[in-house]
Ligand binder design. Sequence first.
Ligand code: 5GP
Ligand code: MN
Length: 319
Amino acid sequence: METFSTDIYEIWSQSKNIVISTHSNPDGDAIGSVFALAMAAAEIGAKPVVLIEKYSEKFDFIKGTEYVYNGNLDDLKPDVFIAVDCGSKNRLGVFESFFDKANVTFNIDHHISNENFAQNNIVLGNSSSSCEVVFEIIKNFCTLDKFIAEALYTGIVTDTFGFKYNSTSKNTMEIGARLIEFGIDFSSIQDKVLYEHTTKEVEVFKKALDNFKIDDNIAYTCLTADEIRECGASNSDLDGIVEYILNIKGIDVSVFVYEKGDNLSKISLRSKKADVNKIASVFGGGGHIFAAGASFNGNVQTALDSVLDEIKKELDKDE
Ligand code: 5GP
Ligand code: MN
């Protein structure tokens, strides 16, 4: 890790245009990682530029947004491109072409399915979150401050559900302790990120529960684009649905599918035992053993039928 940090420090301090980006529909880990990296790069005198899709307003407290690029995308010529929390290059979505244009590329991540698609791949599959990996890198050359600590803490609590998932290690806890020392309001961050909901999130949650079904030990639900719109919600308001239905007693795997675009569906999978990363990979997706996802070319019902078939095959093998 220290070798990587030295390389990164040297490359960053000599580069003009450092572009930092993450996966489409960014979650707290993606947002925290991107802004922590940007603030760290700025701290050592580099000029970072962040490319990130619109994200939920619950993360608006995270600082560093002055680095978000708001110029003309055609004028952007990155020297260095850093993809973070992004298991495969195509998850960069609309920003993928800038990765291809950069002279030096980095891939900083914690997904076991990561495709090592960059020149420099810093992928720690045992880390709780990309923010944990970012902490390990930047602590070696940057003076951390309260704003960087808030961003990193946000990513860690998002991906571990407040240090609860078993991806949480002793190191994760120790990093949490180091971040708390900066005087961050950790309780309020957990409230904002994990517990507070907007009315539209509750409305769309209610709709998802209307559509909910159980098949043996699999719980599943789905939402069409019209249903999401009718609730006044958007795709960044759908957090928590797939986790909620996994928590039903006796359920081993949960599935949530929503219509992302014309003939395009997004599949989310969660599990208590089965390897859902393997199931997601059948559809060209990935993630972690107990939390994974994929995009699917087809409508919501076809996506749901196909993924349920795959899950049943996988669960049958285990019996
Ligand atoms: P979510 O269901 O919250 O969208 O994603 C769960 C996990 O699976 C996350 O770690 C996420 O990065 C990963 N994931 C979700 N969708 C995709 C996808 O289309 N491709 C890959 N490679 N990973 C995904
Ligand atoms: Mn993550």
